[in-house]
Write a new protein. Structure first.
Length: 134
């Protein structure tokens, strides 16, 4: 996904496999899942060409990980959820991490703007401190 966002144009599966050093066979499996999740588009043909289905600023880290993990949560819930301190802390951390992942876009990850990453994390922590989040 980051390679597609960096390139900002259609690229072949061979090019992605070569750049990421992932086997083309595995790449095709991952690409099928990303395509089915509507995160990438595919031009079929010899070599298969891929592109982001929407702007990188509209795709979050959470979108990608949740799709690949087959769920609405990327960090599992402890069962049963109770008010025990450990479960409360775990739930708080899980929610905070997932909130950061929802706020962190593919574009921000590609540009490598550390200050933007820090702002996303600080905003998630502030939401928790003010009680307006989670």
């Amino acid at each position: 996904m980051m390679y597609l966002a960096e390139r900002r144009h259609i690229v072949t599966s061979a090019e992605i496999a070569n750049h990421t050093q992932v086997s083309q066979r595995y790449l095709l499996q991952v690409a099928a899942k990303l395509r089915d999740g509507k995160l990438i588009g595919v031009h079929n043909g010899p070599g298969g060409e891929y592109f982001l289905s929407r702007e990188s600023s509209d795709i979050s880290l959470f979108d990608i990980v949740a799709l690949m993990e087959n769920g609405d949560q990327v960090i599992p819930t402890i069962e049963p959820e109770t008010e025990e301190p450990l479960n409360c802390v775990y739930s708080l951390l899980r929610d905070c991490v997932e909130d950061v992942m929802r706020s962190l876009t593919l574009e921000a990850m590609v540009t490598g703007d550390r200050s933007e990453w820090e702002n996303v994390i600080n905003e998630a922590v502030l939401r928790e401190d003010t009680g307006s989040g989670f």
